[in-house]
Design a protein around this ligand. Sequence first.
Ligand SMILES: Nc1ncnc2c1ncn2[C@@H]1O[C@H](COP(=O)(O)OP(=O)(O)OP(=O)(O)O)[C@@H](O)[C@H]1O
Length: 357
Amino acid sequence: MSTVLQLSQVTKSYGASAALDSVDFSLPDNAYISLLGPSGSGKTTLLRVIAGFEEPDAGSILFHGKRLDGVEPHDRGIGFVFQNFALFPHLSVAENVAFGLRNRKVDPVTDARVLAKRVQDMLSLVGLSGFDDRAVTQISGGQRQRVALARTLVTEPKMVLLDEPLGALDANLRGRMRNELKIIRERCGVTFLHVTGSESEALAMGDLVLVLDRGRIAQAAASDVVYNSPATASVARFLNCYNLFAGDVVADAFVGPAGRFPLNGSRRKAPQPAYAIRYDRVSIRSRDAVLSDDEVRIEADFIASEYSGAAVNSFFALDGGHVFEVESHLSHARPPAFVEKDRYALVWKKEDALVFG
Ligand SMILES: Nc1ncnc2c1ncn2[C@@H]1O[C@H](COP(=O)(O)OP(=O)(O)OP(=O)(O)O)[C@@H](O)[C@H]1O
């Protein structure tokens, strides 16, 4: 697969703080890439630097093998879809889409018939044929999202940057638009770089998922690799499906304020030591249940359960107040009702824990 974009050691600071700190990655052509990171991790700054709205302080950006230094945003061949869609409210759907083509600096399209044909093709690509004359104030959020996308795609960018493109939509529509965006990308065959703060969105959409942590790429891998094998404790935290413990490896155990967890030997190199166990790898047992040699246990008080259709998530308070979460999939068996404030044993296999440090 050929490379569309390559960043090497890209750094951008605002005052004394580095929004991007030596960012390195390569993106394949014709792929859907998710960029996941918590608020303030540098996602928008990274998109703005790639788009050319900001210049990096150091490092290089190669787009199709050519350096982008000093190239104006409109000359980069990179499209940008903004979170709030940034449509012109006084223009119709078709006029919004035509705007970019008619007004672009390089090779503007002025012939009305050519323009109309290109706009029609684009509206058909995003599933909005027949909406040409509608005011953009008289269409739904999902339709506005498609107009924003059509307006970018009509200029035939070689890559598209999308800044939280589903953030302004309600949860239901967000789910449907995930699929739509993937289909539209496949039809036009260019790389989409989709920024999101939602781990489920990033994992569902990306052929490749980049995880940004405090201005650095903490991991770049396929969704299942990120989910099952987060590279650092911070990545595990963003995924919202791991219980994390601070502490250190001492001989054959991980020891911290929450207790002593015997290890099975495997350990991944990471800047910060931590112990992680996924919510759905834990079983809830009575305190007197017998443990086998390959299991680890901790005791905690039941707080509450939350039913989500396919699973029940149960919350427990560890001694010291830390909340521990267990996800029980209902396809296995429905967990019994637990009694509030009663104490239970939370048990997992040594080999299911991830040990960082
Ligand atoms: N124009 C600016 N001036 C000063 N600091 C800035 C500026 N833009 C961003 N920052 C800082 O750079 C860091 C990264 O910001 P950025 O907006 O890229 O993060 P983000 O991951 O997109 O966050 P969010 O998800 O909340 O939009 C933050 O600490 C932010 O305060």
